[in-house]
Write a new protein. Structure first.
Lengths: 426, 308
């Protein structure tokens, strides 16, 4: 079509406007929030292992760090995760991370489940990587767990997998809902929560279901088994104590034909706590007869382990979601909690006094008035790793930047020993 | 932003999840139902906006020759040109601000935050990444039915609502429905400039929406599709098929437009002011009133065509 001289400028203006509108719309829709995840650190033989935003496995030498020579990479980071679809993130709130789970180390291998659905290992000397990897049918969000010579991992495809340490499948159990929960193994039984609203108890040998316990919403948190009870919270805002599977029940399940329904059911919990304001997403801590559990309502609850319906102490408020499980430094008598507000809460388990530590992200000094730090740390959602012997807590703060911190805690003070950026590897 | 979240995003998000719960835990059906409900609630504003837009376009077509004459006449006196132009606008009963005129601006200002909140609610509900799902917890009410269906199942027909359509069906549907909606909206014109611009809009907008649908999660594409379909139905009930089946007037007509427009202007000058005041006087509100006000206009237009 021939255009007049008068038409061309108007058309070009419209075109420019349309292009600008498109760019503005795409910019608004395609600007995802920074990736935040919960890939926590693990320490084994004075080496700290952690998964990163980009899907690398890092090994940091802690011997130099503890002798004030600074923290150093033990070997070149291994890039082990494929594409996680983070390039084009239009219409999403945030970009996915390469890894969410915490690694597990055994027999000279670091095992990890990745967001691309693969389970893999890297040798602890950084020289070898599993080939092939074990592919599950969906992203892996929880951590892998190793019990003896079996690795357990849940996947978003709804299945709990039991693998040999050479990553060969022994069995899988289909729950029908996404599994983001980290399994817990105790006395030949693996417990796992599922988005299909159920907590499952499964025989580790046969993969047969022993029983299931149904709640009113998805279970994304990880179970804790102690004192013959399974402690777990759900997205129905309740925290349960359920009788664990007995040896008789486990044996009966192991001898049952595969696919036949379980004969045992857990219809009622032993006790229930219903006072929380949001989902339970974190594993609980049992310490000195008390259950410590965080909630997405920004609080940490302290419950009686014998009867979780009973609160031992008023809940501790924090400035954000409590996603990371509480950990304990027994020598100091401290229960340590990380929060989405980027602060560390050190609670004296006896006196129940709390000390709040905010770290300045620029100076890496402990801020004197922690209420309003000038440069707060990114959210702490990943599990903390407690080094009980040295009174150190390692944690991974993740948002726009991803940084590992080593924080030494005592009854009344805290000190940042070192930090290490994991999103920008030098 | 916090206030908008509290009064718009959170209620819309929670209603979306409740609808999903009652619609067989199917998020796709929830998105369709909520889009239709929100569009129905905002229908009076949409109708006002469409009516105002159509009226402005029609009137602009009529007064354009007069404005061209004024430009020539007062080429050396910009102040006088402005005064006379404003006078013509005032007589025609339209605002020189076009889409920024008060009824359109008002309806846009009211509707836009709601549509943005609806869009954001769908993104949040989809919770594509694990941390999105974690963040979702902060915007939910404690209602059991809201939490019961989470995380949502992303499967709807052939689509995974959390990722884009691998078969390109949804982007094509969005593009086609956008094109139909645009075509219905655009008034036939003899002005070659306007024709070129209309053609450009008819192509660019559907292409842009189709591209966005291709890049976005399908849940949002479904929202775009439903929005277009509701818009087409709304336009049909208000204006009929509009410009969808109308052929563009022959370009030659443009050469005669000055003389023709003069006659149209002469005929419609009284009619425009009559219709402008008439729209305030008669018909009442709602679709019925709107249709009753539009019908005489269409008759007048036919008459003027016959006269030509």
């Amino acid at each position: 079509m021939m255009l007049s001289k008068a038409t061309r400028p108007r058309l070009s203006r419209i075109l420019v406007l349309l292009v600008l509108a498109a760019i503005a719309l795409m910019a608004v829709s395609c600007t995802a929030a920074p990736s935040r995840g919960w890939s926590g650190p693990l320490v084994s033989d004075n080496v700290l292992y952690v998964g990163t935003l980009q899907g690398k496995i890092l090994a940091l030498d802690l011997t130099t760090a503890l002798s004030n020579e600074g923290v150093q990479l033990l070997w070149d980071p291994k890039d082990v995760v494929g594409s996680v679809g983070g390039g084009f993130t239009c219409g999403r709130v945030s970009k996915p991370m390469g890894m969410y789970g915490t690694p597990a180390v055994t027999n000279g291998r670091i095992y990890i489940g990745a967001y691309d659905g693969n389970v893999l290992w890297v040798s602890t000397d950084g020289q070898a990587v599993s080939d092939p990897k074990f592919k599950t049918g969906g992203p892996i969000i929880g951590s892998v767990v190793i019990d003896g010579d079996t690795l357990f991992v849940g996947s978003s495809d709804g299945k709990l997998y039991a693998l040999s340490l050479d990553l060969k499948e022994r069995w899988h159990f289909d729950t029908g809902g996404k599994i983001w929960s980290t399994p817990f193994v105790s006395s030949g039984v693996v417990y796992v929560g599922s988005a299909d609203h159920n907590l499952y108890a499964i025989d580790t040998e046969s993969g047969n279901e022993i029983w299931r316990f149904e709640t009113k919403a998805a279970i994304m948190s990880s179970p804790l088994v102690a004192n013959g009870k399974v402690y777990i919270g759900g997205c129905d805002r309740k925290f349960y104590a359920i009788q664990a599977a007995t040896e008789d029940e486990r044996q009966a399940a192991s001898q049952r034909e595969q696919g036949s329904p379980p004969e045992v059911s857990r219809d009622n919990p032993e006790s229930v706590f219903e006072g929380a304001g949001n989902w339970f997403w974190t594993q609980a801590l049992l310490y000195d007869g008390e259950i410590w559990v965080g909630n997405l309502d920004h609080k940490v609850y302290v419950l009686n382990a014998e009867n979780v319906a009973e609160e031992v102490h008023d809940a501790y408020p924090t400035g954000g979601m409590v996603y990371a499980p509480p950990v304990v430094l027994p020598l100091e008598g401290l229960v340590v909690v990380g929060s989405q507000d980027g602060k560390i809460y050190a609670i004296n388990a006896q006196t129940k006094d709390v000390a709040v530590y905010a770290i300045d992200a620029k100076t890496e000094e402990i801020v004197q008035s922690p209420d309003k730090p000038k440069n707060p740390l990114p959210p702490i959602l990943a599990p903390l790793y407690p080094d009980s012997e040295n009174g150190i807590v390692y944690f991974h703060a993740q948002d726009g930047t991803h940084t590992l911190y080593a924080l030494r805690l005592s009854a009344d003070s805290a000190e940042v020993l070192w930090s290490f950026r994991t999103d920008v590897i030098k | 932003m916090g206030v908008l979240n509290l009064i718009l995003l959170r209620p819309i998000l929670n209603i979306l999840l409740v609808l999903t719960h009652f619609l067989f835990s199917n998020f796709g059906l929830g998105v369709i139902a909520l889009t239709i409900i929100v569009r129905l609630i905002l229908m009076p504003l949409t109708v006002m906006q469409l009516r105002s837009s159509k009226k402005t376009t029609e009137t602009m077509n009529v007064i354009k020759p007069k404005l061209e004459q004024l430009k020539k006449k007062y080429a050396k006196n910009p102040q006088k040109l402005q005064q006379e132009t404003m006078k013509v606008y005032k007589e025609a009963g339209i605002s020189p601000m076009g889409c920024l005129s008060s009824p359109m601006l008002l309806s846009t200002v009211i509707q836009l935050p709601i549509y943005i909140a609806l869009y954001r609610a769908i993104i949040q509900g989809l919770a594509v990444t694990p941390q999105d799902f974690l963040g979702l917890s902060q915007n939910l009410y404690s209602w059991g039915m809201v939490n019961h269906g989470l995380p949502i199942s992303g499967h709807f027909l052939w689509l995974n609502l959390a990722s884009n359509d691998p078969y390109f069906v949804l982007p094509i549907l969005v593009g086609v429905t956008q094109w139909i909606s645009q075509k219905m909206m655009i008034q036939p014109t003899t002005d070659p400039q306007q024709q070129s611009m209309n053609s450009m809009m008819q192509i660019m907008m559907p292409l842009m929406m189709a591209f966005m649908t291709f890049t976005f999660p399908s849940g949002l594409g479904l929202y775009f599709l439903m929005t277009s379909i509701v818009m087409i139905v709304t336009q049909y009930f208000i204006f009929g098929w509009g410009g969808l089946f109308a052929k563009a007037p022959a370009p030659e007509a443009a050469t005669k437009k000055d003389a023709k427009s003069e006659r149209v202007k002469a005929m419609t000058r009284g009619g425009e002011s009559e219709s402008a005041t008439g729209s305030a006087k008669s018909g009442g509100s709602g679709l019925g009133g709107l249709l009753s006000r539009l019908k005489p206009k269409q008759t007048d237009k036919k008459k003027s065509d016959k006269a030509d």
